[in-house]
Each structure stands twice: as structure tokens, then as C-alpha cells.
Design a protein around this ligand. Structure first.
Ligand code: SF4
Length: 477
């Protein structure tokens, strides 16, 4: 049994992705809300703040339910029964980096538009959302929330006189940012991914049903088999009768987010043809080749770094042990992304396995160090629990720059690595030694080339010029 614990404010624990999305269309009317529920459950790691499901029924009606909390807290049997049998529906889990944390900003966004009743859910960050919103307000539109999805809905409707696909294409060509979206209307299911493919989105099949999910683990949970990734800049429309139409936006230039492999995605997902587990394991192997450390045991910080720790152990021959346990039973009360909650007693609990580490020289592998506060607490805990030496290895390079694309690390001041040397970081977190994997090795581990991925938070080179919008956003919100 673990016998030491620390309390870590949730937002300090790690950076967070802002959302997960699911969409499904079937040839037969069935309880798709349940399938969406399972898909969202598997994507819970991408957002724990709110959850919602919208299904289209009776041709032009949409039933939906959304609320604050984890999927399991928002949807019980009663809530799922409110959602009728259907041919198509979408779902969403949210973690906000824009818009305040309340139910009005929960998704899907349901609205009346040129094509009747429509529902949209998206994952990502639209850098020029405020510019577009002001334009739409001047054109007579009104908004009831502060989420980008409503801006997206309004713009798609604005350009959708011809048809919805044209509306999505023209809207997306005006957007600057990272996003993946699903939309249900006219008994059709639509999906789109930004021209850089910064946000992941996959397409799967289950019998006669087609399914979209942010990650392949969402497809697995819905018993669907992955067909392929939605391509960067691709818009897919699926009609009943299995008719699939694919088209593309202009300006496509693949730059998927490499941080998905480092931390954001679940280890059993496959993104853009690369297994997240494989990439993390390879990072561990490379760390073992680069940094040979005289130690007794190797361990990972749960969850994402456990795989890298196994890779390190397999190459180095140093035994792998569990040093830390994580409390997995954390509900809505524990996760509120505001500064006050960050500072408050709203916590995640990490525990140390004292018997495994007492008197040992420990190599501890972490997926990334962003703010450094958690790392410092973990090292303190491990020392309190008897570890003789703690050598920290990080399966990603130093995070030096903010992310403008929806991952919650948005100013340089937040980042421990922005203005410090590695020696200074090591001393700050209290480790005996500290080493990071070089960016070229991380890229190789993710089977990428110099230009396959966005690596902006590591090298400051972003695929889009968004800093101007970001400053504007900070000033206005
Ligand atoms: S800046 Fe970092 S976290 Fe943000 S999209 Fe690029 S690689 Fe991902």
C-alpha cells in the first residue's frame, strides 16, 4: 500500500488539452447516445469540465443534454433515456482554455440555422475568434456564450446558403487556429480538421455505422474499427446509405501537434499512423542510449511517462518499479480550471510506494516539465519516502514557449524552462541530475521529419502566425 501522499492542484499537474469529440451516423435508428457516451468516456482525459450529447431525430429535431462534470457524472441512465433513438449524433467533453467554466459554454452548441436544427462540437482554439465574432455582431448576429464553437456555428451558417459543406469550407478558410469539429444537420454527419492537422480526428466503421473520434481509443470504446485519420484540411460528409463525400480546404500544410505523443493522447491511441505507446516507448529507449546513469531502479510518473520508463528499463537493464500511484477516482468537485481553484484545496492525490524506493538510487522519467511545481513536489515526496538519489529524465525537450493552439500553457512566465538553464531547473525542482531528450530524437521517436509536426512550445516556431490575435484576446477577455 502507498504510505505517503501529496496533494497537487489539478492545473499544476500538467498541461491540458481542451476537448474531445465524437460523432456517429447509422443506417438504422438506434440508441446512439449510449455509443457516444462510451466514446466520450474513453476521451475523458481530453476534458473533465463538462460533457454533452446531441442527437438528431424526427428528421429536423435535435435532443441534447449537457452539464458540468465528468461523463459519468453528467450522464446516468435517466439522462441517456432523455435522448431518443436516432440515426446520427455527436458528443463532446470540455476543458476550457477560452470561455469561462460554466454550463452555458458546454458543448455541443445547438442552434437553428439555414439548414434547420444543427448541432456542432469542436476541439481546439480559434485564434481569430474574437475578430470573427465582432464581424458577425456587426452583421447582426447575436451570441449567448464565450466559446469558439458558437462563433464557428455562426460562421458556418453565414457561409452555408448553398450547402453545409460549402459553409464549413468557407468558414474554415477564414479561421486561424487549431480545430477538429463534428456537426450534425439534415440527418447528415459532417467532420473537419484544420489545414495543419494540429488537432487529431479519426474515422472508423462499425457494421453500417460510421464513427468519428478525437482519438482511436474513442473508436475502440464504441466497438468501431479505425479506417483512417481525417486528413489535415479535409471535410467529410456522411449521409445515411453510407454515402461519403470528402473535400478539402485550401492552404493545407501538415503540422500535427507533437505534444499529443508526449502527453495529451492516451497511450493506446494511434494518431496519424503513429502509435502513441510506440512513440513513448521509443523516447524511453533513446533516453537510455543518451543518458547512462548509475542507478538501482527506474520509474515513471503516471500515466504518460510509464511507457517511457519501461523503454528505458528494457534498454538499460535497470529494473522498472512503481514509485508513484495516482488516485483515479476524481470527480467534478476536483477539477475546476480557475486560478482560485488552482490555489485551493481542490486536488489530485499522488502516492509514493515507499517499500519500492527506500534506500534506492532512482531514475524518474517524466513526460514533460511545464511549470515545474508538480515535479518539485514529487521529488520532495520521493525523498521523504526514502529515495537515496533522484535522477530526472524527461521524455520531451525543455518547454520554452507558450502554446497558442489550445493546450493550457499560454504564457512564457508560466514555464519553468523559459528563462532558466537545465542546471537551474534541476536545482529548482531539487533533483540530483536532470536531462531532457533532444527535439530531434523526440521527432524521430514519433516517426516524423523536420516539418511533420508543430513543435512550437519547444522551438518557438509555429505553423501559423497567431501571436497578434493571442495578445488581442488577452486584452479583451
Ligand atoms: S505549440 Fe506545442 S502543444 Fe501547442 S500545438 Fe504546437 S506542439 Fe502542440
Amino acid at each position: 500500500m502507498p504510505d505517503k501522499y501529496i496533494i497537487v492542484p489539478e492545473r499544476e499537474f500538467a498541461p491540458h488539452e481542451e476537448c474531445g469529440i465524437v460523432g456517429i451516423i447509422s443506417n438504422t435508428e438506434k440508441e446512439l447516445a449510449r455509443d457516444i457516451y462510451y466514446g466520450l468516456f474513453a476521451l475523458q482525459h481530453r476534458g473533465q469540465e463538462s460533457a454533452g450529447i446531441a442527437v438528431q431525430y424526427n428528421n429536423d429535431a435535435i435532443a441534447y443534454y449537457k452539464n458540468m462534470g465528468l461523463v459519468s457524472e453528467v450522464f446516468g441512465a435517466d439522462e441517456l433515456q432523455l435522448l431518443p433513438k436516432t440515426f446520427a449524433g455527436i458528443g463532446h467533453v470540455r476543458y476550457s482554455t477560452t470561455g469561462s467554466s460554466n454550463v452555458i459554454n458546454a458543448q455541443p452548441v445547438v442552434f437553428y440555422g439555414r439548414h434547420g436544427r444543427m448541432a456542432i462540437a469542436h476541439n481546439g482554439n480559434i485564434a481569430n475568434a474574437l475578430v470573427i465574432k465582432e464581424k458577425m455582431i456587426r452583421a447582426g448576429h447575436i451570441f449567448q456564450s464565450s466559446v469558439d464553437s458558437e462563433v464557428l456555428a455562426s460562421l458556418i451558417n453565414y457561409y452555408g446558403a448553398e450547402d453545409i459543406t460549402t459553409g464549413i469550407r468557407k468558414a474554415c478558410e477564414e479561421l486561424v487556429g487549431a480545430y477538429a469539429l463534428v456537426l450534425v444537420a439534415e440527418n447528415k454527419l459532417f467532420a473537419a480538421r484544420d489545414p495543419q492537422g494540429l488537432k487529431p480526428l479519426v474515422l472508423g466503421i462499425r457494421g453500417d455505422d460510421y464513427v468519428f473520434a478525437s482519438e482511436s481509443c474513442g473508436l475502440d470504446a464504441m466497438d468501431a474499427t479505425m479506417i483512417r485519420d481525417v486528413e489535415p484540411g479535409e471535410i467529410i460528409m456522411i449521409e445515411r446509405g453510407n454515402k461519403i463525400t470528402s473535400s478539402h480546404m485550401s492552404g493545407i500544410m501538415r503540422r500535427s501537434c507533437i505534444f499529443e505523443y508526449v502527453y495529451l493522447a492516451r497511450s493506446d491511441s494511434i494518431i496519424d499512423g503513429v502509435g502513441v505507446y510506440d512513440a513513448r516507448y521509443e523516447c524511453g529507449k533513446q533516453l537510455a542510449s543518451l543518458h547512462k546513469i548509475d542507478a538501482d531502479i527506474v520509474a515513471g510518473v503516471p500515466d504518460s511517462a510509464l511507457v517511457s520508463a519501461r523503454g528505458y528499463s528494457d534498454i538499460s537493464g535497470i529494473p522498472y518499479v512503481d514509485a508513484l500511484g495516482k488516485n483515479r477516482y476524481i470527480g467534478r468537485t476536483f477539477i475546476q480550471p480557475t486560478q482560485s481553484m488552482r490555489e485551493s484545496a481542490v486536488k489530485i492525490k499522488l502516492t509514493a510506494f515507499k517499500n519500492n524506493i527506500a534506500g534506492k538510487r532512482l531514475i524518474l522519467i517524466e513526460d514533460s516539465i511545464v511549470r515545474g511545481t508538480t515535479c518539485k513536489k514529487i521529488i520532495h515526496l520521493l525523498r521523504q519516502s526514502g529515495a537515496k538519489e533522484i535522477h530526472m529524465l524527461v521524455a520531451s525537450p525543455v518547454v520554452k514557449y507558450p502554446c497558442y493552439f489550445g493546450v493550457d500553457m499560454d504564457t512564457r512566465e508560466q514555464l519553468i524552462g523559459a528563462f532558466r538553464t537545465e542546471e537551474e531547473i534541476c536545482s529548482e525542482i531539487g533533483a540530483d541530475s536532470l536531462h531532457y531528450i533532444p527535439l530531434s530524437n523526440l521527432t524521430l521517436a514519433c516517426r516524423g521529419t523536420g516539418t511533420t509536426y508543430c513543435k512550437g512550445c519547444f522551438d518557438g516556431k509555429y505553423p501559423l502566425d497567431v501571436e497578434q490575435y493571442y495578445c488581442r484576446k488577452e486584452g479583451l477577455e
